[in-house]
Design a protein around this ligand. Sequence first.
Ligand SMILES: [Zn+2]
Length: 309
Amino acid sequence: MDYQRTTLAMIALTISGLLSACCCESDDLESIAEGVEEAVEEGDEESDEGTDEGADKGGSATGADEGGSATGEGRFKVRYSDPGGKKLNKYHKILKEDGVIDEIVEAVNAAIALPVDVTIKVQSGDGPLYDPQERAIYYNHEFLDEVDGLIGQHLEDMSAEDRKTFLIDVTAFVLLHEIAHALIDVLKLPVVGKEEDAADGLATIFVTELYEEGAEMALTNAELFDIEAANAGDFEEEDFWDEHSLNAQRFASIVCWVYGSDPDKHDSFLKEEIIPEETAERCPEEYAQQRKSWLQLLKPHTRPGALDL
Ligand SMILES: [Zn+2]
């Protein structure tokens, strides 16, 4: 499937809540605007905390009362390194040519002010991960090679074009997941529960609301977790101690949130029994809660004008 991506302006506008000049359907606009407004109202109580946190990190944020006035000069910066080998070079080429990473980074930088720079290193080696000591996200070619291998094993009928789209969608989701870790670290955002689940939540919210076909992009990742779960075989005890939820659980959560983001649009999930009915009932609330919490946490760190509703 060829995913029609929304413009960069649309992405930035959606993140920041500046919704008036946007190009998506009016219903979507209304619901996003309501969500931001709700978050703004309910976020006022936490405004002082936001101010202090920003000041500690170099005065980047000025509090929720004047929401959208953060002026930190830190940014996400992307650095591509050539893998220097034919096998991995194709992934380097896909990422550079598609521009998915640059697009996401530009949109996030347009909306959120960081107190310090965070470098995104697209290279061969370890990853994907966020290293708080180095303030760097590592997104590695080997990971895409591994995903490509899983597609080959499990989705062998997929066309070359769809395979490329799969890799790009996985990149968007995984990068946003790592960006969530970086935001939690440099903005000192509080997290209740597992940080890994929170990062999956933000990645799902971002892709679902930023991209026209975002739901499919999030589902691509859910599918990947499903494949990995099927590959895993029997569980070892250490699996239950891992900081990540089990792949099968990550699959279920993402499917639930995507469904919850728009139950009417995704009613096929119920018809095709992708999601059990009793689970589906709680998903809209779960998604709304996640979305509201993230918007509230990010609000004191948004750039000037970002929340002028
Ligand atoms: Zn993570």
